[in-house]
Design a binder for this molecule. Structure first.
Ligand SMILES: *[C@@H]1O[C@H](CO)[C@@H](O)[C@H](O)[C@H]1NC(C)=O
Ligand SMILES: *[C@@H]1O[C@H](CO)[C@@H](O)[C@H](O)[C@H]1NC(C)=O
Length: 285
């Protein structure tokens, strides 16, 4: 935990600074930690994990998905990690979301070999066991809203869900018709066929579990589907705009300088930590 702290502080400040408008994107969906813990004196794993988390945060300033593997001297010191931002986020919003997620993971999973956190705008996972490129259709989180009494609305929902998933296409899909809006997202390590397969399963699960609900979220291990009926176009986005256009981007750019500045601070802290670790390892010999 102590080793996380210097990284956490700037990120926490960053989260506070941007919380006012990104609160929806950065809000918690689900999270968990691996049962396995690493030894508190495992300097190699701690330092690999820190550099992995830094890589994730840095990469999220310019890519909406990336994965890394940081190798250690011992096989169990390897750490794998990835993040996936929701496909309609601007880069600044993606960066803020991943930074927020990494800081919360530090608090959520101190000492754990692995952790996973899904916020509304992004997904982050790391572990010392490889999971990258592995399809995972386990239901990890689901939420169904109140029932809507209108059978025709449910028929329209099913049609939109099927349409969004049948359309093929990329790892992020969105569609709507009448008052139904649907978004679907895969984690970027899946190939086209796996993503399609995962989304199909997610659609089946959400129909089955949420029946006539006015809104439903179905998160599987590596993909999710969300729908709303009559929630308006703003349901999925932070600023009430389903299309991530104009105002949202401008607002994001204002915070971009802040994000970059804080990232620089984080990198300096990491370098300092690595230096401390080396000095410590040296003196204990
Ligand atoms: C992960 O780390 C733990 C603790 O060091 C170790 O017991 C476990 O075998 C490691 N897992 C893998 C896949 O290396
Ligand atoms: C942004 O979206 C809103 C609502 O959908 C729309 O009214 C507006 O014209 C869009 N602006 C641009 C620049 O596309």
């Amino acid at each position: 935990m102590a080793t996380f702290l210097p990284i956490l502080l700037p990120i926490l400040l960053l989260s506070l600074a941007t919380a006012s408008h990104s609160s929806t994107l950065n809000s918690f969906v689900y999270g968990g930690c691996s049962q396995l813990k690493y030894a508190s004196d495992d300097v190699a794993y701690t330092s690999n994990l820190n550099s992995l988390l830094t890589s994730l945060v840095n990469s999220a300033t310019y890519m909406s998905y990336n994965h890394f593997a940081i190798a250690g001297t011992a096989p169990h010191d390897v750490v794998y990690g990835l993040y996936q931002c929701r496909g309609d986020l601007s880069m600044p919003d993606c960066a803020t979301c991943v930074a927020t997620s990494v800081s919360r993971l530090g608090a959520l999973c101190p000492g754990s070999c692995g952790g996973v956190l899904q916020l509304q705008g992004c997904y982050v996972k790391y572990d010392n066991d490889t999971f990258i490129g592995v399809e995972d259709k386990t239901v990890v989180n689901k939420k169904c809203g109140q029932s809507t009494g209108y059978q025709d609305k449910i028929a329209n929902r099913d049609a939109v869900l099927d349409g969004v998933v049948a359309s093929g296409g990329g790892i992020f899909r969105a569609g709507g018709s009448k008052d139904v809006a649907v978004i679907a997202q895969c984690v970027g390590d899946l190939d086209g066929g796996e993503c399609q397969d995962c989304l199909k399963e997610s659609v089946e699960q959400v129909k089955m579990n949420c029946g006539t609900s006015g809104n439903g979220d179905m998160y599987l291990g590596k993909c999710y589907v969300r729908y709303t009926i009559g929630g308006g176009r703003g349901y999925f986005n932070s600023n009430g705009n389903y299309n991530n256009n104009g105002s949202d981007k401008n607002r994001g750019v204002k915070n971009f300088a802040l994000v970059i500045g804080l990232l620089a601070a984080i990198v300096i802290v990491i370098i300092f930590l690595t230096f401390l670790c080396r000095a410590f390892a040296g003196s204990s010999k």
